[in-house]
Design a protein. Structure first.
Length: 194
């Protein structure tokens, strides 16, 4: 169970943010071209030097992201197999067979090879979660109806959930991380820092 509340070092600071769609999970970049064209976490808050994200969400994903000034804690969390929960809006009406395949693990491409994902927890959400509106760039529901699932994983391969849902025939349209261990996104609006 992950709890980030107290620390032995008084100068260590932890942050919980709701990363918005379209923002990179990094504070800045050394690439001048990227700085002009991309959005970074430093736009949300004046984070102290040495602050780093714990894990990542890709540019098109949104939701809970933790930051810390404790490098050891960051490494521990990234390597410990802590459960992360995502709400995923899918292109099409997912069915129980596809949910079962996701639960058991599917083959996805990873660095030019096939990778079998670990078993995970997946269930269909009966109704659309109460969350902020999707960014218009996502073009959700343009061609066919959508459905929602909750998926909990303990690994975090590159674009893993997007690759998993595509492997069972239901591409991800919207991906929101709502929990890391015992820390929840709750009702934080996009762009909020605590």
């Amino acid at each position: 169970m992950l709890r980030i509340c107290k620390t032995k070092m008084s100068d260590t600071i932890h942050y919980k943010i709701h990363k918005p769609f379209g923002m990179l999970s990094q504070l800045t970049s050394n690439d001048p071209k990227e700085i002009r064209s991309k959005s970074f976490l430093s736009e949300l808050y004046d984070f102290p030097q040495g602050t780093m994200p714990i894990g990542r969400l890709d540019e098109k994903s949104e939701g809970l992201l933790l930051l810390t000034s404790d490098g050891k804690l960051s490494d521990t969390i990234n390597r410990s197999g802590i459960e992360k929960e995502y709400w995923v809006q899918l292109d099409g009406q997912i069915h129980t067979e596809a949910v079962q395949k996701l639960t058991e693990g599917v083959s996805i491409g990873l660095k030019g090879n096939l990778y079998q994902t670990q078993p995970c927890k997946v269930h269909m959400l009966v109704s659309e979660p109460k969350i902020s509106s999707a960014d218009p760039k996502l073009r959700i529901g343009r061609h066919r109806p959508t459905s929602w699932i909750s998926i909990c994983i303990t690994e975090g391969k590159f674009r893993q959930i997007r690759k998993m849902t595509a492997a069972v025939g239901f591409p991800t349209q919207r991906l929101i991380r709502v929990r890391i261990g015992s820390i929840h996104l709750d009702d934080m609006p996009p762009g909020t820092v605590k």
